[in-house]
Design a protein around this ligand. Structure first.
Ligand SMILES: NC(=O)CC[C@H](N)C(=O)O
Length: 239
């Protein structure tokens, strides 16, 4: 299953994503430079990695959204290809309109770099099918702008359609204000598009996919994608 990792000026998690896909899952991966275009059928999975694309100028993700590589991502998205945006990648997906809502500065205006607990909101997706619904996983976060906001109608729709992939929670799985690191509405940590072929999430699964890192909570996310692609599970939509 061929994966593209898009490299923007200021990306800093591109190598981690490439490493996980290539070396942990043993699948082909390629870097795609932000100035390059590609055809929608060149890749089965596109990862928009974390970092500070274009220095986070204007608004996080606001400039990256206009890069040539993103023009190809939009075409791939239309074809139902799988797209995973992690942290800054999530921010770019919001700015590009591929996912609804917007990201604001963390409520306390501080950069948060620590582990959080996440509750899996839906397992009927190409990205989460190996988790149990309601499973609690630990993952690191590292961001200054993870305060997710959307209008009430959008939030209700996301909930009704099973499109909230992850909520911030405490170690017992309670979704409380205390467990919310950034002020995100309803403790939302990750959402899907309507077709469930696009996932944006603030936590970093690529930083917790190997024993040597002391946490493998993110590994099932990548394995879910591969299982889905190889037809071992039937959920969401496949391009
Ligand atoms: N780890 C990251 O992707 C950083 C995200 C982002 N640029 C922020 O600080 O909000």
């Amino acid at each position: 299953m061929k994966c593209a990792v898009i490299v923007f000026p200021g990306s800093n998690c591109d190598i981690d994503c490439y490493h996980v896909w290539r070396n942990v899952l043993g699948q082909p991966a390629e870097y795609v430079f932000h100035k390059d275009r590609f055809s929608p059928d060149d890749f089965d999975l596109i990862i928009l990695p974390g970092g500070f694309s274009y220095g986070d100028y204007l608004r996080v993700g606001a400039i990256a959204r206009f890069s040539p590589a993103m023009a190809s991502v939009y075409r791939a998205a239309e074809k139902g290809k799988l797209i995973l945006g992690i942290c800054n990648g999530f921010q770019i997906l919001l700015e590009s309109g591929l996912l609804p809502g917007a990201m604001m500065r963390n409520e306390d205006l501080k950069f948060h770099c620590h582990d959080v607990y996440l509750k899996v909101g839906t397992v009927d997706t190409p990205f989460t099918n190996l988790y149990r619904r309601g499973e609690v996983v630990r993952m690191p976060i590292a961001h200054g702008e993870g305060n997710y906001y959307a209008g009430r109608e959008t939030i209700e729709r996301l909930k009704a359609e099973g499109r909230i992939a992850f909520y911030y929670c405490d170690r017992n799985g309670m979704v409380t204000g205390d467990a919310n690191p950034n002020g995100s509405l309803e403790n939302i940590a990750g959402i899907l598009n309507e077709g469930k072929n696009i996932l944006g999430m603030m936590p970093h699964p690529e930083r917790c996919a190997e024993e040597i890192l002391g946490n493998t909570g993110g590994r099932k996310l990548f394995e879910s994608i591969l299982d889905y692609f190889e037809g071992r599970v039937k959920s969401g939509r496949q391009g």
